[in-house]
Design a protein around this ligand. Structure first.
Ligand code: IDC
Length: 461
């Protein structure tokens, strides 16, 4: 461990030690300690703790790390990241810039590649002011979870506030978990499918973890009645919350495929719902269902304008970004996930959406998911057991292969749809909604019966 004294009388240290290491510093020093909190074959998760050991409040901080060629930062949380060449700059996420005397904050990041930082600076001054670049710290993962797990029986009671950790989704105790649940159909068409009895069945009979609330923007959706659809979404999030379910708020853009067409609507909508649900620990924001006919650069630009709107109200919520080619990681438009890895969204605590329809999307899509999952946090926010039309043959063999893969990779999923639409992707037989019964298999289609059997199996929490 070394110390660096800054012009402002502030010193910063990088520690080659575990998360638990306490760095001895002069009483007037601010410190930053870097640790590796997890690693895998082609990447690792890093954490930097910034501590104000001075006797007065500081109002901001800026940490810069240099990474060797071949290693890049894919994602970070609790900080805003930017890159210039091989130098990665981290500034406060917005809520953690001010540190009272003695206070500390941490931010984390995911590196693609195994190279550890070769130098560090804080507030523009070298961390190793006396003798050149610092030696990269090499540390081991913590052996104890950072916080005590919540207790209770519902998915939310057991897991609490989620965050992206490396390429996984972690619960409040830092454990990687998989969420499994169902997506609504379009709220403009199937509102009668979402009532006390059907949501009780989802929580208690299906033992689901998750309700995806799918709010179309076009096709008679949000654009026709923003206040009404916002209220409908808010109500369903409350219903999910009462049952201890996680909720994904899906801004269901589809046609037109460029989410920027709906940018102003997205900002208005997400400002409202994130303010309403800011204090909840069970809300995940999906900002664009299926971008199509738009470049990755266009999607990234959209994401970087919508995410700050959410973060301003709800700084710790996970946000999911749709991917190119109907959220196929680009595959359906001849691209691959490499375009994301090479140019990730500049935001922390985010995941990328992947969608599949099992009768249409098979081995080449599975191979891409497996490859992408090594470096990108993925969530299957929508999939069907059928063809991409939402109808046609139910392909249980391909569905099983898909879900086995997602289970193995701990990738969460929501199935299209928890509705009685007259199409083979729907879980309920036509005419079920509006009636009294949703539990059990008597009301289910072939697809619904299979999904219920998968979702009911024990969680890995
Ligand atoms: C489909 C519905 C269908 C509806 C259509 C309207 O199943 O009833 O008429 O949307 O746009 C998606 C989309 C999802 C589609 C679904 C099946 O996210 O909105 O729902 N699908 O086509 N992507 C791939 C398939």
């Amino acid at each position: 461990m070394r110390r660096w004294r800054l012009a402002a009388g502030v010193a910063v240290a990088i520690a080659a030690a575990s998360v638990a290491t306490v760095i001895a510093q002069p009483a007037n020093a601010e410190t930053a300690a870097f640790t590796v909190t997890g690693s895998w074959s082609n990447g690792y998760q890093g954490q930097v703790e910034v501590r104000n050991n001075t006797s007065s409040t500081i109002n901001t901080w800026r940490v810069q790390l240099t990474l060797p060629a071949g290693t890049t930062i894919v994602n970070s949380w609790s900080a805003t990241q930017s890159a210039s060449g091989s130098t990665w700059t981290f500034t406060p996420a917005g809520w953690n810039g001010t540190l009272a005397a003695g206070a500390s904050t941490s931010f984390g990041f995911i590196a693609s590649g195994t190279g550890r930082p070769t130098s560090c600076s804080v507030n523009g001054a070298s961390c190793d002011g006396s003798s050149g670049p610092t030696t990269p710290p090499v540390t081991t993962p913590p052996t104890t979870p950072p916080t005590t797990p919540p207790t209770g029986t519902t998915p939310v009671a057991q897991n609490g506030q989620l965050r992206v950790c490396g390429v996984k989704l972690c619960n409040a105790a830092g454990k990687a978990i998989q969420l499994r649940g169902m997506s609504t159909h379009g709220l403009q068409w199937f509102a009668d499918c979402y009532n006390d009895a059907s949501l009780d069945a989802l929580a208690d009979d299906w033992k689901a973890d998750l309700l995806r609330v799918s709010m179309y923007v076009q096709e008679g959706g949000y654009e026709t009645n923003p206040a009404g659809f916002t209220a409908q979404v808010n109500n369903l999030v409350e219903e999910a919350t009462q049952r201890g379910l996680y909720s994904i708020i899906d801004f269901h853009t589809l046609t037109p495929g460029d989410p920027n067409y709906n940018l102003a609507r997205a900002k208005t909508f997400f400002a409202e719902v994130s303010a309403r649900h800011a204090s909840k620990n069970n809300v995940i924001y999906e900002i664009a269902n299926e971008p199509n006919g738009v470049s990755w650069a266009g999607i990234k630009s959209y994401a970087e304008q919508v995410i700050p709107v959410i973060r301003a109200n709800d700084p710790d919520a996970v946000v999911i970004v749709g991917s190119r080619g109907w959220s196929s990681l680009g595959v359906s438009e001849g691209a691959t996930s490499s375009e994301i890895t090479a140019n990730p969204v500049n935001a922390s605590n985010i995941m990328y959406a992947f969608h599949f329809y099992a009768a249409s999307h098979k081995d080449n899509y599975r191979a891409e998911v497996q490859r992408a999952a090594a470096s990108l946090p993925l969530f299957v926010t929508e999939f069907g057991t059928v063809t991409y039309t939402g109808g046609g043959q139910v392909d249980l063999a391909s569905t099983a292969t898909w879900l086995d893969l997602l289970d193995r990779l701990q990738i969460g999923y929501a199935n299209w749809t928890y509705s009685d639409a007259d199409e083979s992707s729907a879980a309920f037989r036509p005419g079920t909604c509006g009636g009294p019964t949703y539990a059990g298999t008597g009301v289910l289609t072939e697809s619904g019966t299979y999904l219920r059997s998968r979702i009911r199996t024990a969680d890995n929490f």
